[in-house]
Write a protein that binds this ligand. Structure first.
Ligand code: ADP
Length: 620
């Protein structure tokens, strides 16, 4: 969480940008909100104005017709305008409800389109969590702007109207003291001095209280993160459920959770106390000011400067002004404090993608003749001081099968991440048909690859959409790949065919699938995309070596003339490949077929093969 102090000018800029962003989320929002504000201002003065006019008309003995119109305007006019106000309020409230969700949609889009390396950065995830925590805990951040800023604008306009009436009232003091301008000015001056002193006290108390309350609110942000961790990320997770039972963690977790709740409630209580203290002060000040206002008005009426009915209007205006002033001040303090969270949100959206995106189209070759070359590639992860790949050079052609084997942590997945440009090499270059892959249009380049990663995920969506990764798809082709990966039987059993949701998390009509079936869906997804390269990056790590061998060799039959890259730390899984690359500590140390590699008794392959052999029943 950033602790830098934001100046007033920057705060205004940040809030304006945030506000425009929130308003742009619902079409017509800005116009309708403007209309809502105007109507709201009219509604708030309608009563005072026409009531004052009515009393004055009675006092002045106006005609019956005028009085009837006064009554109509006070009753029917007020009803109609209130009705319009309610309609507009409904729209405004509806837009406001969207304003909770839509900024999240922006964040999700951002998260899904930012450079992949950010996805592996804990600090990026923490930034997102802080934005969420503030929004969840107190509605803070960009959503709060909508709810705070609109009423602030509305109240400022109301205060301006009140000031206009007050200015007129001041001018009437010269009528109250005709020919005595000094006395008239002194009378109003003393009144305004008292008014200003009381207002200053009230402002100071208000500001102090709001700042303190916001600090307590803020103190609950990290608490909220912990709250989410304990509840949704730990206590409710089935993986953790086993550990909780195994190690009887219940008491330990309850102890920490209760302490956390005490901290959260403690801050909420402190906020309540501050609010109470502030209300006592402000209430007393407002009572004094009201007394002063009535005194001033009584003098003005007694001196014939204003009519008695106008007391309603002027008293209403001044009371409104006081009330709105206090309210606006509180909101402005909150808006100012909230700026930090609006900035956090906007800064997140502004995180620049660093990856250079070329423009070269990828050559569409009928013969699908692609050559990939890693030329002296070294790579270290951002923030790390260790090269994960070191002077790594290999070349392979389309149609070939390449197996990449090596111990866990040797750099196999990193090799795939670089191949797919999820990261760029720190040194050296990767070439596609002799051209640096950075020069290609990234979308086009990516469309050459289908990868089934070790930690693949199948979202709880309909089966067809899952395989096609799209709402629209060629159903026959989806069926055909499902058949090819051995899920034909499962598909036939699905109650709604390809429209059947997978898993029951979000839909009780969904169908739960096993880990093995999920793997096949992931493989079907890779095949459906019919790309020149397909890569299996140990999506089978949870299986035993024999099952993995089965899947890999079966997959090899499925891929036909495509280039397939198989990653595994188990040598047995890849022995069917003619081209096996052995990686060790980020270096390409051996290459050849199984028979050749296993004969090199000095080589790593031989050592690994013999170490792992005890687990296989299919030794070569
Ligand atoms: P393999 O696939 O061979 O098991 P990886 O390519 O996943 O190995 O990892 C190689 C090394 O890089 C490991 O030491 C791993 O800890 C490290 N590593 C992997 N991902 C990251 C990351 N995002 N940040 C820092 N180090 C990483």
């Amino acid at each position: 969480m950033t602790e830098e102090k934001i100046g007033l000018k920057d705060a205004i800029k940040i809030n304006l940008r945030g506000l425009l962003l929130v308003y742009s989320l619902v079409p017509g929002n800005l116009f309708m909100t403007g209309l809502f504000i105007v109507v709201d201002v009219i509604v708030s003065y309608w009563d005072y104005f026409f009531l004052a006019k009515f009393v004055n008309d009675v006092v002045l003995g106006s005609s019956r017709e005028v009085l009837v119109w006064d009554v109509i305007l006070v009753t029917i006019g007020q009803t109609l305008i209130s009705h319009l106000y309610n309609l507009l309020h409904k729209f405004w409230y509806y837009s406001g409800s969207n304003s909770w969700e839509l900024p999240n949609a922006h964040l999700n889009e951002k998260i899904m389109s930012m450079d992949y390396e950010y996805m592996e950065s804990e600090s990026i995830h923490n930034r997102r969590r802080d934005i969420d925590a503030m929004a969840r805990h107190s509605g803070g951040g960009v959503c709060k702007l909508f709810w705070l800023a609109t009423p602030v604008v509305e109240k400022i306009i109301q205060m301006m109207v009140a000031l206009g009436y007050t200015a007129y009232l001041v001018s009437r003091s010269f009528v109250a003291f005709p020919g005595e301008p000094v006395k008239a000015a002194a009378f109003v001056g003393v009144f305004f001095l008292a008014f200003a002193v009381l207002l200053t006290i009230s402002t100071k108390k208000n500001k102090e209280a709001e700042e303190k309350m916001y600090r307590y609110e803020e103190a609950n942000v990290p608490n909220d993160r912990q709250y989410v961790f304990y509840t949704t990320e730990y206590m409710e997770k089935e993986e953790c459920g086993k550990t909780i039972r195994m190690f009887h963690q219940q008491n330990l977790l309850c102890f920490h959770f209760e302490n956390l709740m005490k901290a959260i409630n403690g801050n909420v209580n402190k906020m309540g106390k501050e609010n109470q203290k502030r209300n006592v002060w402000v209430g007393a000040v407002e009572a004094f000011v009201s007394g002063l206002v009535y005194f001033l008005l009584a003098v003005m009426v007694s001196k014939g400067a204003i009519l008695v009915g106008s007391i309603c209007l002027y008293a209403g205006c001044i009371t409104n002004f006081l009330h709105h002033f206090r309210w606006c001040l509180a909101q402005c303090v909150e808006l100012y404090a909230n700026t930090k969270y609006v900035k956090m949100y906007l800064d997140f959206l502004d995180i620049p993608n660093k990856k250079y995106e070329g423009t070269l189209p990828v050559e569409k070759r009928d013969d699908d003749q692609f050559t990939i070359e890693f030329r002296h590639v070294s790579f270290r992860y951002p923030g790390s001081d260790r090269d994960v790949l070191k002077d790594f050079s290999i070349k392979f052609h389309i149609g070939e099968r390449l197996a990449v084997v090596g111990k866990n942590g040797s750099g196999k997945t990193t090799f795939i991440k670089l191949l797919c440009r999820l990261y760029d090499p720190t040194e050296g270059e990767i070439l596609l048909n002799g051209i640096d892959i950075r020069k290609y249009d990234y979308r086009e380049y990516l469309s050459l690859f289908s990868v089934v990663f070790q930690d693949f995920k199948i979202p709880a969506l309909p089966l067809g959409e899952n395989v096609a990764a799209s709402r629209e798809y060629d159903a026959d082709r989806v069926r055909s790949v499902l058949e090819r990966v051995g899920l034909g039987e499962l598909l036939r059993k699905m109650p709604h065919g390809l429209d059947t949701p997978l898993y029951t998390d979000f839909d009780k009509n969904g169908v739960d699938i096993s880990g093995g079936e999920a793997q096949k869906v992931a493989i079907a997804r890779a095949l459906y995309h019919d790309t020149p390269f397909v890569i299996l990056d140990e999506p089978t790590a949870a299986l035993d070596p024999l099952a993995e061998y089965d899947i890999y060799s079966h997959f090899d039959d499925l891929v036909g003339s495509k280039t397939a890259v198989y990653i595994s730390h188990r040598l047995s899984s890849c022995q069917f490949c003619n081209d096996i690359l052995v990686i060790d500590e980020g270096k390409a140390v051996q290459r050849g077929n199984h028979e050749k590699l296993v004969q090199d008794r000095e080589g790593l392959y031989y050592t690994l093969w013999n170490t792992q052999a005890q687990y296989y029943q299919t030794e070569g």
